[in-house]
Design a protein around this ligand. Sequence first.
Ligand code: PHE
Length: 337
Amino acid sequence: MINEIEAARNAALAEIAALGDVEAVSTATARLTGKKSALSGLKKGLGALESIDDKKAAGQAINAALAAVNTALDDRRAELNAAALADRVEHERLDLTEFVAAPTRGHAHLVTQAWERLEDLFIGLGFQIAEGPEVETDWHNFEALNMGEGHPARGEFDTLFLDYAPPGGQPGSTLLRTHTSPVQIRTMLAGKPPIYIVAPGRVFRRDTADATHMPVFHQIEGLVVDRHITMADLAGTIEAFTKAFFGSEFTSRLRPYHFPFTEPSAEFDIQRPDGSWIELGGCGMVHPDVLRAGGIDPEEWSGFAFGFGIDRMAKERHGVDDLREMFSNDIRFLEQF
Ligand code: PHE
């Protein structure tokens, strides 16, 4: 009897181990532990045993076998449930990992870099930064700079006038500033000398874009008004700036020229180490009429001013052939600087 119980128990356990899913476990439960199971059948045969001890021993063996079978069924069910869950989780898994390439970092535009470098450099020389509006009055842009109506020099600036009539003004008396020089006037009117400012900014002219011209470009204006300022101070400032910006192998020179708002006036050039010259900007001693327009007494104060193109400086510094390249925003070009 004990052997039969053992055999029935082993057969049941083997069957349980082979069950493939939870449903199979349910049907097997009735079959292996129910009334018609082999072990239950053996129970019925207990009555036929003669010895009480044998009956007792066999009864205990059957109960133990049934308990083992039930435990095995529970374990198998748990095992299959866990496997099914793992399977589902694996199946429904979302791949949330993402390949992140090393981020490409942007940087300031070539012209912005030059602009900021110029500011730093002039701040280092003791200047302050000033600014003025891009939409200017005819008065600030021309009149106060000694270019009254009908002055031939006005024609040198291909001016973009606006239809807008300012309060109390005429249509056409506002314009897109053609240079940063009106900031000279605004600065003088806003404060008293001594004045040491630079004013970088955007300027506009009705020009066709080519390798050396753009209808919108950038200038930096300089204005110094103090006592006993001379042309030597101007030349020294330009030279100091040239070496600081381009390098000590570069030098500058002033070439006589004419601007209505400076007297005397000059253009200034810088010389490359190979001996060639680049024309960079205009400068001169502030004209007494301009000082007066700015509310400053030319008997007491004198000053110099200069103005040059920032884009052209950036172009020279980096050996860019064509100004237009700097504004076409081709990333392959911009990335180089
Ligand atoms: N404003 C002049 C220009 O745009 C440059 C300049 C500035 C000349 C200051 C003299 C003094 O051409």
